[in-house]
Design a protein around this ligand. Sequence first.
Ligand SMILES: [Zn+2]
Ligand SMILES: [Zn+2]
Length: 867
Amino acid sequence: MELEKAYEPQRFEPHWAEWWVESGIFHADPRAPGPRFSLAVPPPNVTGSLHIGHMLDHTVIDTATRWHRMRGDNSLFLPGTDHAGIATQMLVERSLAAEGITRQQLGREEFVRRVWEWKEKYGNRITSQMKRIGDSCDWSRERFTLAPDLSRAVLEAFVRLYERGLIYRGTYMVNWCPRCATALSDLEVKHDDTQGNLWHIRYPVNNSSRYLIVATTRPETMLGDTAVAVNPADPRYQDLAGQTVTLPLMNRPIPIIFDDIADPKFGTGVVKITPAHDPNDLEAGKRHDLPQIKVIGEDARMTADAGPYAGLDRFEARRRIVADLEKQGLLEKVEPYAVALSKCDRCGTIVEPLISTQWFVKTKPLAEKAMAAVNEGRIQFVPDNWNKTFFNWMENIRDWCISRQLWWGHRIPAWHCGNCKTITVARQTPASCPNCQSADLTQDSDVLDTWFSSSLWPFSTLGWPAETDDLRAYYPTSLMITGFDILFFWVARMMMMGIELTGDVPFRQVHMHGLVRDPERKKMSKTKGNVVDPLDINEKYGTDACRLWLLMAAAPGTDITYNEDKLASARQFANKLWNAARLLLMNMESAGIEPCLPEPGQLETLEDRWIFSRLGRTAESVNRALEQHRYHEVAEELWQFFWHDFCDWYLEIKKLRLSPNSGLTNDWRNILGLFSAYLRLQHPILPFITEELWHRFGQNTSIALAKYPQAGSTDEAAEREMGLLQDMVTAVRKLKADNGLDDKLELAGVLYCRNGSRNVEFPVVEWLAKVKLEVRTDAPPALTGAVRSTAQFDLSLQLPEVDTEALRQRLLKEIGVLEKLVGNSDRQLANEEFVSRAPAHVVESLRAKRTEYLAQITKNRDMLNQL
Ligand SMILES: [Zn+2]
Ligand SMILES: [Zn+2]
């Protein structure tokens, strides 16, 4: 029954991870009693592998779920993955490219079959990683967004929204990625600030010698200009009403229009109007009934309407156009200009705004309902400072472009009639056109944005649109835990869809946590090469230590900085728990007790009354902090309780009480009862080590199903008395330290007690402080030498004859070493190259160490002076 000497989490973590899955103990039963707690995991991309952000997500989710389950709630933690439209399609396309095949050569059906094949083969990597990190999921309910049941939900959602006029087809300006050959939603476009140019171009006014000068960052679009605009209030151009200019290079007359789109304060106050390639120009064009001339195509090449530039790549066309303008003397000037380049979030290609016919969700009415839910408190953000960001975005929301020109995804349930052009949206493939009865029907070739199916996740996973037991029992879900980076992509859309389609909120609370950043507080990214792999961390420190570190660092509303020292100390904590268990088991063996975790017995001794009082308080604040998602407080509280109360004091005192072959005494019952409660308190955070120790102490059911300790009664007299005892022990230890004496050196002393302090169990003080005490109740004489006085007692310690010379030598030697260390740090910190190149945290810790050395030198000098 002896525990291995070293704490080696790698030895038992995989075992419990597997056992949790195979034993099926996390299976949720909708008909079981108890308050409901349910939560669906943010579905990771099926192409993905676990990154540190997931690790944080899953640690918080799993901690919350395990706590609810142990409290007796009927708990469901539902796992699953997202088909990840563009991401997966790109991956398979790349592997096809390696074989020299394009998806067009394969054809749609065969290509989709290949993607499924890929998914079956590689798509379970992320779920096996979730199993390995101990996610307490109900794996019998694993879902996939493109599986038949969830696809049915997508179909139903689309048709219902269409029937309610909340989905429409329209021709608008969209973000177009020429590489991915698809439209993108605003959220799938990232903006890169780069240095570009502002080209100032002369447009000759017809029948005049004047020029109007327009400035643009995208000169290739000028080929599609259908007007130039000036502000109606701009005095410079009042005489130009009804006139035209000649569009350079194309030699086409275009009108001068008067419109507020032109800002008189910006440059010359003249702007070019290109309705086909700019969303604001499109609006202006509609106001003035201007034609739309599309000069850049979906493939990012110039179209036939681009005249002599037709067929050129857009950037090659730009170079030639600028050169030609210069040749013709129409380039006024070029100046450097900061531009926010729009790029495809997936592949980095510069996005082209193009007019295109797409499917949209009308978001305004949906957003209003979602905002009302937050206003009325039906959905709560934790921390609530996210409300402001949420409202700001929702109030300015634009319609959501949901069609994608891809093959991997949910195909849009719309059929185009080849005869009368009517579009039919239906749940089943129609046999003929409802308008003209023609059988010439073709299904829309587009698929839905991958976030469309994710937005249904909280209810599609529970069987919606069917009225299932799961849906009745577990919807609305209790909680959504996720990083703030997908608030708009996902959280807001789930709120809109959930309320519209089910009539109820998808979750009652949203807990938003920060990002995990590198030691320099920079965002981690593959391109920067500063990514840490959670699986490496788990291998090196153990999954429990990684969870503990993340939770300790995860104060609400703050980002987490990756810090190996903190990880190492989290591992040290787990190691201390292991060692305490080992010590208990060894002592149990010599006492003749089989491993067990009995209920506590009578609380008779001071230390028992005190520690159970402390346990009651700790359980109370831990439960409260868990309720409020203050996980860092939970971790901190449990750390302090174990390290200080339990190890430093309680176990030390108990060593006095235990003896070999005693059997299961009352003392033992209390030690083990307390240890059992502590393991259960820690289980949601440290699932692996607590499960391992639980079994090592003779339990054969999972600790995950044991009862979570609740607030207990407190014993204030015991806490007061113990506080006094601790003060006495600390006083002795402090006097020893101040005089440069070893903690374990046994000394003699006199203790003058007043009032309440007379009842302290002095043998315990003597044992802990390594001191022989003469306890007196009379008033102390004038004390000198090694003395410590408090309101309750005066302590006078008899110091041994000190070999002053030896101590002096020792202190001098120490000072010498410390001064050398200070010198080394000074040299490094004076080296400007080192300071500017070394990571900030390295420099920071060097400075901190230097301060520490200096403090120690001062302390040693003081002692020298006292000798
Ligand atoms: Zn792209
Ligand atoms: Zn028809």
